[in-house]
Write a protein that binds this ligand. Structure first.
Ligand code: ADP
Ligand code: MG
Length: 782
């Protein structure tokens, strides 16, 4: 029930609310009844001043003011003041909300009386001792929590910090000069003694000690106590006694007795008084600025550091804490000026909103312990699940080096094809498998690159400057091929040399495996890809090109046709100029490949797919058969074991024979029969598996062949459709069955020349109708 109530309070408190302001009027025999009147609701106070006749006929001087506050405390007892002003703030501090109560006003108006009260009269004790009492009472009412209370008493005089409890024994370095420090845990005054108080009485003696020190200091250091700010802080930390609760709350209650707000030294003050006045006026106006800034949501910067008072109270002013201000005023006519000034301050503060929130923290040690407990429970739960699902030997501990090495080897075998499947054991293992894939992939990448570097100089494709330089130096021809490459196909015109054409299956297979897993992300001239990716070619333009160059992919780096066509080296290629009927730039290979598969390559593609389906089907069957074999093997083993048991039993009982025949009981006999049957099954399945494996090998071969065929045909089609000019094709096609797409471009130009020469010879005087642009021919690589 109580819990429920608390919860509701927290929800309610998380909404915005105002700074609470009260005015307390000090009792006097000369109360200015004509000038000060109170509203009936006890929440407003009106001030009326007679017009100043000295100001002449035109007199715009304001004479009436009305202040609306949260309460007017006139002739109010200390009891009543506490209940109205402090009780709620203190109660909420035990729920984790910071609270600050401040007394503001001119010297002698009753700030200290309100805050501390008179020490000699218990009845007249102020907010401070009453707050301590309430805290300890509430702790007693909460046996479910372990709550600690600590206190400190700080005085700020002329911007210097004084510890009013420094005379008491304190665990900590008392010699440290005091300074205000901001830490992730909040703001604190370094060097200020903070004292643990287990009981109400202890807290009181601390308070008395502080008050005595305050008086002594005012004499010995020539301090005027009304010129200093005093902050008494109660620190509360509440841990639930239930260990499962990891949250705990911390809060502070700051009880602030501010320095007199009167504007001292307006005229003629000097020395110490002027200094005090300057500091007080400044710190009080900084206090006001800080509270106003805190209330303004749009303000990002709050000027806390301007003075010690606001800096020390940084996390306890407005903002997320409960804040109450009491304006202590005189009721005498002579003090009306200062009374007015204090009331103005209070009403400005009243406009400010705060958003109190709980200071909740997590007990790291408790959290770790609870998580450990939960981990053990979950492991037990998993073990139960495993045994119910007949999963044995599954561990959930982190893998050791040996296990990781084993997974690495599995992945390698899987990649080279000697392992068909990697069995899934648990999540950790699956993650490690992926991890090992990455490890092997990057190793292979490095190996491939290293071997290429041994043979070739690699240039970044995007590095136009280098490419141009190399081009100028004659190292790369206009087609982007390195000079010295026979046939000029080294950089992937898409035309493969004859030596690398189908028929060289063994070589293909090797290269194919080499490429697998070496698809590189790095930019450069290299972009080999796994031929397995052939179906998803549309994702990468450069990949298609390299995979289409089968045999020498590993050794011969290939240029990205598309990319290189945009480079200055190729942009002025003559082919571009002479192409009229076909698009200016050849289409990207991936999309062309899609088109090819639907057109000329459709039949090969269909067969390729069909073979792949068959291959997959056989693989699946093989895996199923293997599984069956395993389970038969297991059953054979258990049957054998059972037979052994029977046999031992029979031997122990003493064997008996009948006419040379062994007598055995029916159970044993049935087991033998079963074993025989199982062995037969085992042999059958084993034979099936062997057949399937042979079939798989064969199918794999077919699939590889089809893939190769598809790629080669595509290359030819691509070259004929987009790269070789029709004018070049026409005279050569007439010759017969030459597949032009199969030839490297350099060869084609020589052929064209040859043809032209023959035509010229035959028709002697006739001009050839061949209109191959001379520039094109002259710049084509030989
Ligand atoms: P301040 O701290 O604002 O300078 P004090 O609290 O020291 O003022 O008050 C000055 C004197 O007036 C003290 O002797 C105090 O006991 C007395 N006093 C102030 N307020 C009250 C009050 N509400 N009832 C009775 N005495 C009061
Ligand atoms: Mg005082």
């Amino acid at each position: 029930m109580k819990r429920h109530k608390d919860k509701r309070r927290i929800i309610k408190m998380s909404t915005r609310k105002k700074v609470h302001t009260y005015v307390r009027v000090k009792p006097t025999d000369e109360f200015a009844y004509e000038m000060i009147t109170f509203g009936e609701d006890n929440k407003s106070i009106d001030i009326h001043i007679k017009k100043d006749s000295r100001r002449g006929i035109v007199n715009n001087q304001q004479t009436d003011w009305s202040f609306k506050l949260d309460g007017v405390l006139h002739d109010a007892s200390q009891d009543c003041v506490y209940d109205t002003v402090a009780k709620g703030v203190v109660a909420q501090a035990l729920d984790g909300y910071n609270g600050t109560i401040m007394c503001y006003g001119q010297t002698g108006a009753g700030k200290t009386y309100t805050m501390t009260g008179t020490t000699e009269n218990y009845k007249h004790r102020g907010i401070l001792p009453r707050a301590l009492q309430q805290v300890f009472r509430m702790i007693e009412e909460r046996p479910t929590h372990s709550i600690t209370v600590r206190v400190s008493y700080l005085e700020i005089y002329n911007e210097a910090l004084f510890d009013l409890l420094s005379t008491l024994p304190y665990v900590g370095n008392s010699d440290t000069p005091m300074s205000i420090v901001e830490s992730p845990q909040g703001i604190f005054v370094k060097g200020l003694s903070v004292h643990m108080t287990g009981r109400e009485e202890d807290a009181f003696s601390l308070l008395f000690e502080g008050e005595t020190n305050r008086i002594i200091a005012s004499h010995t250091m020539n301090k005027n106590s009304s010129r200093s700010h005093c902050i008494f802080t109660i620190y509360i930390e509440a841990h639930s006694r239930s260990l499962s609760d990891e949250k705990y709350i911390t809060s502070k209650i700051n009880l602030v007795d501010l320095a007199g707000s009167e504007r001292v030294g307006k005229t003629g003050s000097e020395g110490q008084i002027l200094k005090e006045a300057t500091y007080i006026n400044k710190s009080l106006s900084f206090l006001e600025q800080a509270i106003i800034a805190l209330g303004d949501r749009r303000r990002e910067h709050v000027p806390f550091r301007q003075c010690k008072l606001t800096h020390a109270l940084k996390d306890s002013l407005g903002g997320n804490c409960n804040m109450v201000i009491v304006a202590n005023v005189y009721g005498d006519a002579t003090q009306l000026d200062e009374t007015l000034s204090s009331l103005r301050f209070a009403s400005r503060m009243k406009l400010i909103t705060t958003e109190p929130s709980i200071n909740e923290k997590y007990d790291a040690e408790r959290m770790v312990k609870n998580l450990e407990k939960e981990l053990i429970l979950l492991k037990q739960e998993l073990a139960i699940h495993d045994s119910l699902a007949n999963r044995v030997m599954v561990t959930y501990d982190p893998m050791d080096e040996v296990q990781i090495a084993e997974i690495n080897s599995q992945v390698r075998r899987y990649l080279d094809g000697s392992l068909d499947e990697i069995d899934i054991i648990n999540l950790r293992q699956v993650q490690e498998v992926f991890n090992q894939f990455r490890v092997i992939l990057s190793q292979q990448e490095e190996e491939v690159e290293a071997s290429l570097r041994k043979k070739y100089t690699l240039i970044n494709k995007n590095d136009f400057a280098t490419i141009t330089t190399v081009h100028k130096a004659g190292l790369v021809d206009v087609e982007g091929n390195t000079v010295g490459e026979t046939d000029g196909q080294g950089f992937g015109l898409g035309v493969a040399p004859f030596s690398a054409k189908p028929g060289k299956k063994g070589k293909f297979k090797k290269t194919f495996r080499d490429i697998t897993g070496t698809s590189t992300k790095k930019e450069g001239l290299l972009s080999p890809v796994s031929a397995k990716d052939i179906d998803s070619l549309s994702t990468s333009r450069s990949q298609l090109l390299s995979s289409s160059k089968e045999a020498d992919v590993k050794d011969a780096p290939s240029h990205d046709r598309e990319a290189s066509s945009s480079e200055p080296v190729v942009s002025d290629s003559p082919k571009e100029d002479s192409r009229t009927t076909r698009p200016g730039t050849p289409p990207p290979k991936p999309s062309a490949f899609e088109e090819f598969k639907n057109e000329r390559g459709s039949e090969i593609n269909r067969i390729f797919k069909q073979n792949k389906t068959i291959l997959n089907d056989r693989r699946k069957k093989a895996s199923e058969t293997a599984q069956r074999i395993n389970s038969i093997k297991k059953e054979i083993d258990t049957t054998k074991e059972a037979l052994d048991v029977q046999k031992t039993f029979r031997e122990e009982q003493g064997e008996y024979e009948n006419k040379g025949l062994m007598i055995m009981d029916e159970e044993e006999f049935l087991l033998i029969l079963k074993l025989k049957e199982l062995k037969k099954q085992y042999r059958g399945e084993y034979q099936d598996l062997r057949d399937l494996k042979a079939e798989i090998q064969y199918c794999q071969h077919l699939v590889d062949q089809c893939r190769q065929r598809l790629l080669t045909e595509f290359d030819i089609w691509y070259n004929e459709s987009f790269l070789i000019h029709e004018d070049v094709q026409a005279p050569l096609k007439a010759k017969g069955s030459i597949r032009l797409g199969l030839l490297p471009l350099s060869k084609l130009t020589s052929l064209v020349r040859l043809k032209m020469m023959r035509i010229n010879l035959a028709k002697s005087k006739h001009q050839s109708s061949l209109t191959v642009p001379t520039r094109s021919l002259s710049t084509m690589p030989e």
